[in-house]
Design a protein around this ligand. Structure first.
Ligand code: AMP
Length: 583
């Protein structure tokens, strides 16, 4: 299916979602039939190809349960431990949202499914937004340097894997402004510079601007703020900067930057310098005037970036279109122009076999007993609207009843396929004792406090947290980086009364158990520590140096690494505490 044949794509989607129940059973049957004789499944099924036996016997697992199998494959044991087919590579997850990076096998079917999902996404967008097939998509993606396991198997991020396969299979990629070589350049600075340069040269053709996650996109804006003068010089002279040293990246950029274009350089310079020093409000629209939307994920832990994205994009629609992870492609937002609060993803029943474990916010740990899990788990077509679940997936790439760690809320059905909102990760991020604050709780409280700041001209660039137990009682600490809409934000401009109010609002919106313990002074007042500008960029660089991928990077909402905590603490410019007394 070609991505510009969007009507065909839409028909496929109608068919998949209408036949969700049947397709789910077929997917499961195919996976069991092919893999029943692998070491892993044989130990539960005795080689029988039986779906009911699968549901009865195969345990629902976490990454830690199957990690030994991944390590065995990495060290060169045959893939038949888990899969009937060869493992061309191992895929590494970002590990930033849920803890340590994970390693899972890839397979040809898996890659085909991911490419199919991407192409279906293009169809949905073209069907819903006029003119998207009459221009270029400036969608910046970054590769993470590959590594090899002790047995020589390549380990890479899934975005790198997709880009490599698009290149190897010579799949037509001219919808995008970034040549494959610029994405595959492992030096992030060169890659970002080159992709921006191409996107600026083709500025008048660009109809979509974006990056996989909102946090990645904002990092690109920071980079642009630092490099626009150099980029303009390149366009003015027709010579790419010496910063691009990677030969294939340089070659591909030179094809696009074929001649000097002083007129284009002038108009980019005008857009950037008119804004420079004051604010970059609406810079995306100014630089790419034909853009119809900002394509980036703004749901789940990314929701916090919405005000900043709206500010830089000049109110462009935020197109949050895909829900996918290293382990599995889940679904698509079929109504990309909807408001961020209405975004939901329709699960695609052909991507994997999906099961759902009901959770009542904090009760997810109740389902740690295998027997309780098996009693409560339901299939895709049996989910209930309004209920939250943890998603469990069985894939063509050696994952069987695997808990991804995402909590989803069912908000309806498209035909017979559930539509989900991403509530957050399963893990509790903050706890000093019986209080358990999840990523979702924290994000809700921060969203409320952030609203309080906005009328005063402040943007919350990013946040993270930790539970400080160095004094008794312990307390929650939130690290905030703030930016003034007009120009930079020094700590002297922070009104301590305003910040104290933010601390109080945060506590107000935490849950009843937290408030009960605060009321009894078993938890000390919540603290906000304001950070120097660009601290979260430095934190991201820190995690990337440790092996995270920029395209998949998500700011950890709770800092566990002592080293990262040290970095944050060294950049604190102001400390504020809640004075809330009644709960
Ligand atoms: P990774 O394992 O690095 O590939 O990251 C995948 C994780 O990113 C998922 O399990 C989700 O927690 C998160 N994620 C992916 N897509 C979305 C989305 N559309 N909205 C919110 N979070 C997402």
């Amino acid at each position: 299916m070609a991505s510009d044949d969007f009507e065909a794509g839409w028909r496929i989607l109608e068919d998949l979602t209408s036949n969700a129940a049947l397709i789910q059973q077929q997917v499961l049957e195919e996976i069991i039939t092919r893999n029943a004789n692998t070491e892993y499944l044989r130990s539960f099924l005795n080689g029988k190809f039986d779906k009911e036996l699968f549901k009865k016997k195969v345990p629902v697992v976490d990454y830690e349960d199957i990690k030994p199998y991944m390590e065995r494959i990495a060290s060169g044991e045959p893939p038949e431990i888990l899969l009937d087919s060869p493992v061309p590579e191992l895929l590494i997850s970002s590990g930033t949202s849920g803890g340590k990076p994970k390693m899972v096998p890839s397979s040809t079917e898996y890659l085909d499914k991911k490419l199919f999902g991407q192409s279906l996404r293009a169809s949905v967008m073209m069907k819903r937004i006029n003119g998207l097939n009459q221009g270029k998509w400036m969608f910046l993606q970054f590769m993470k340097p590959e590594t090899k396991t002790s047995s020589g198997l390549v380990a890479r991020s899934y975005i790198t894997s997709l880009a490599k396969h698009i290149q190897q299979r010579k799949i037509k990629n001219d919808l995008y402004s970034s040549p494959c070589e610029t994405i595959l350049c492992s030096d992030i600075k060169q890659s970002m510079y080159s992709q921006l340069l191409c996107g600026l040269v083709e500025r008048d053709e660009v109809v979509i601007v974006g990056a996989p996650f909102a946090s990645t996109f904002l990092n690109i804006i920071s980079f642009l703020e630092d490099h626009w003068k150099e980029l303009c010089l390149d366009i003015r002279t027709g010579h790419a900067s010496d910063l691009i040293t990677d030969p294939s990246c340089r070659n591909s950029v030179s094809v696009i930057l074929s001649k000097p274009d002083p007129k284009l350089a002038d108009s980019i310079e005008q857009a950037c310098s008119a804004s420079s020093g004051k604010s970059w409000e609406g810079i995306v629209r100014k630089l790419w005037p034909r853009t119809k939307g900002l394509l980036t994920i703004v749901t789940g832990s990314m929701a916090q970036y919405i005000p900043t994205l709206q500010y830089y994009s000049g109110g462009l629609p935020l197109l949050s279109t895909v829900y996918a992870s290293t382990e599995c492609f889940f679904g698509l937002n079929l109504n990309p122009l909807c408001q961020p609060s209405d975004i939901s993803y329709t699960l695609l029943p052909n991507m994997a076999y999906f099961e759902f474990l009901p959770v009542n916010s904090k009760d997810s740990d109740v389902f740690d007993e295998d027997s309780t899990i098996k009693e409560n788990i339901v299939e895709l077509v049996d989910v209930k609207v309004g209920q939250c679940y943890e998603v469990v997936t069985t894939t063509n790439a050696g994952l069987y009843r695997y808990r991804v760690g995402d909590i989803l809320k069912i908000i309806g059905f498209y035909n017979n396929a559930p539509q989900v909102q991403i509530v957050g990760r399963r893990n509790v991020v903050l706890s000093l004792g019986p209080d358990k604050t999840t990523e979702e709780d924290l994000s809700k409280a921060v969203t409320k406090a952030q609203l309080h700041l906005e009328p005063f001209g402040f943007l919350l660039v990013d946040y993270t947290s930790y539970a400080d137990t160095t004094s008794t009682p312990g307390h929650y600490v939130l690290f905030w980086e703030l930016k003034k809409k007009e120009g930079s934000c020094g700590v002297e401009e922070l009104d301590s009364k305003l910040m104290d109010q933010c601390c109080c609002i945060l506590e107000e919106y935490l849950d009843d158990i937290y408030k009960m313990y605060r009321h009894e002074n078993a938890i000390a007042p919540l603290e906000i520590r304001v950070l120097e500008g660009r601290t979260f960029d430095t934190l991201m660089e820190f995690f990337i140096a440790k092996g995270s991928s920029l395209s998949q990077y998500k700011t950890p909402r709770c800092i566990k690494s002592e080293e990262a905590l040290g970095l944050l603490k060294s950049r604190v410019v102001g400390r504020f505490f809640s004075h809330k007394t009644s709960f």
